[in-house]
Design a protein around this ligand. Structure first.
Ligand code: A3D
Length: 320
């Protein structure tokens, strides 16, 4: 069977890392598209040249022509600008919305059957706009945020408890911003929920609250350290996890920014929820029960996302 084709739209920090990971995991042939001339070509060639030592096969191509993404099975979108210290993700809205328009049109014209994973910020509004601009079915257009936010939560928890990251599961829902909702009740160490671990004396409520806040601020913490851009290793790994779930029909249950209609009482919007990803794309939105406090946090996050979507409509009237 022919290797799957993975198109990376944006060949910057995350795009380059995505290509390297896809190569090492032998997920398929990779086409890197960017408006910057030379960058995708140089990165693709550099990665191809790591093949003999690493021991992978595949075709790696850099391009400035959308025609080269033709027939892609997966498109991962990082095109746009990242934030700098002092900026919020929402400050990127105007500039990245224009980028989503050209990317959406490029994907619609050349790779209309792809599973599309958006990473560009502000995430929930950009994935919505990308779906609108591309016209692809909503179950084939999804945003990466929950996997990353949950991975950050899992990392901090594993350090706090001194246990393997593999044994820590965590759930972060809602919009990918300051209002995101890390759910302690649905996060566990090998099945033991976090509130039980507090009762067992493994940690204190205060420490847990501090970890939850650090998770919410996880992106800003890295931006503050790097000073010239935002996180790229963990975001790329998270998106590759989602791409692999689709390509291998793994039926993974992952928190993603998906189009939600009906579940969680929502009437049609993109926001972070638990989903099942398989060969059909987003095959299911898993409608979990939230208690009063969790629901209030989720509602606040939903309102923040709705505000960003309205701002997009204000900028581009074709997005009605
Ligand atoms: P960066 O290294 O600047 O790469 C972005 C690339 O996009 C550059 O190579 C640009 O040349 C290219 N580009 C700009 N405009 C276009 C266009 N119209 N068409 C094609 N390519 C274009 O940024 P990055 O890779 O660090 O981050 C990319 C995006 O991901 C930013 O918007 C970040 O804010 C976002 N991001 C999201 C998360 C989430 O968890 C959702 C995490 C980290 C970063």
């Amino acid at each position: 069977m022919a290797r799957p084709k993975i198109a990376l739209i944006g060949a910057g920090q995350i795009g380059g890392t995505l290509a390297h990971l896809a190569a090492i995991k032998e997920l398929g042939d990779v086409v890197m598209f960017d408006i910057a001339e030379g960058t995708p070509q140089g990165k693709a060639l550099d990665i191809a040249e790591s093949g003999p030592s690493e021991g992978f096969d595949g075709v790696f191509k850099g391009t400035n022509d959308y025609a080269d993404i033709a027939g892609a099975d997966v498109c991962i979108v990082t095109a746009g600008v990242p934030r700098k210290p002092g900026m919020s993700r929402d400050d990127l809205l105007g500039i990245n919305l224009k980028v989503m328009k050209s990317v959406g049109e490029g994907i619609a014209a050349h790779a209309p059957n792809a599973f599309v994973i958006c990473i560009t910020n502000p995430l929930d509004a950009m994935v919505w706009a990308l779906q609108q601009f591309s016209g692809l079915p909503a179950e084939k257009v999804v945003g990466m945020a929950g996997v990353l936010d949950s991975a950050r939560f899992r990392h901090f928890l594993s350090v706090e408890f001194g246990v393997s990251m593999r044994d820590v599961t965590a759930f972060v829902l809602g919009g990918h911003g300051d209002t995101m909702v890390p759910l302690a009740r649905y996060s566990t160490v090998a099945g033991i929920p976090l509130p039980d671990l507090v009762e067992m004396g493994w940690t204190t409520q205060e420490k847990l609250d501090a970890i939850i806040q650090r998770t919410r601020d996880g992106g800003a913490e890295i931006v503050g350290l790097l000073k010239t851009g935002s996180a790229f290793y963990a975001p790329a790994t998270s998106a590759i996890e989602m791409a692999e779930a689709y390509l291998k029909d793994q039926k993974r249950l992952l928190p993603c920014a998906a189009f939600v209609k009906g579940a969680f009482g929502l009437d049609g919007m993109y926001v972070g929820v638990p989903t099942i990803i398989g060969a059909g794309g987003i095959e299911k939105v898993v409608d979990i029960k939230l208690n009063k406090e969790e629901q209030a946090m989720f509602d606040k996050s939903v309102d923040a996302v709705k505000g960003l979507v309205e701002a997009c409509k204000g900028i581009d009237p074709t997005l009605a």
